[in-house]
Design a protein around this ligand. Sequence first.
Ligand SMILES: *[C@@H]1O[C@H](CO)[C@@H](O)[C@H](O)[C@H]1NC(C)=O
Length: 216
Amino acid sequence: MAKYCILILSLLALSCSMAVAYEPSPLQDFCVADPANSARVNGLACLDAKLVNADHFSFSGLHAAGNTSNKFGSAVTPVTVAQLPGLNTLGISMVRIDYARWGVIPPHAHPRATEILTVLEGTVEAGFVTSNPDNRLISKVLKKGDVFVFPVGLIHFQRNVGHGSAVAVASLSSQNPGLVTASGAVFGSNPPVPADILSKAFQLDKSIVEHLQTVF
Ligand SMILES: *[C@@H]1O[C@H](CO)[C@@H](O)[C@H](O)[C@H]1NC(C)=O
């Protein structure tokens, strides 16, 4: 429990410091992302409006379930500016989330987005943890049609607590929300954070830290 709290504390400090970036307001109708343009702007450079068509504003495939055969028992299908170039500069994106039975979306934060989640099928426990010093867990079991919001930058998670698979969609207030997964960022960085730092920070034996570093 203590090590889990310290993990949350460390990641909150990280995510809060990054939560200062917000989406710029568009100064034109749209700015469809032009990935071929090498101009460096906050976001992506605009495609010539004369070359823009409806396909730049659409994405197909959210009807399809993601593959949840993985260690977390979940799958996220993103629709961010990377998949839908028309989202560039608009401050919005979405995801489909599939959960196998008891599947989890592990604790993570989006440095640039608030997330609003709607359960479409099944029963999902959702929660987030407030920043220091309270670190209060705010969580709820959601049924089909229920909506829950994860405030920008805070560590949050979900777990399928129903009898079958579950499906949700979520909207995020950024074209590029960013993702910091607590376990991966701490134990799976490249190059690794020195094990003695993590050993002290999480009050874990160094051999356990080294094991976790091989897992993530
Ligand atoms: C789902 O992922 C697993 C593990 O990567 C893979 O073995 C399996 O073939 C995938 N299933 C489908 C339907 O793609």
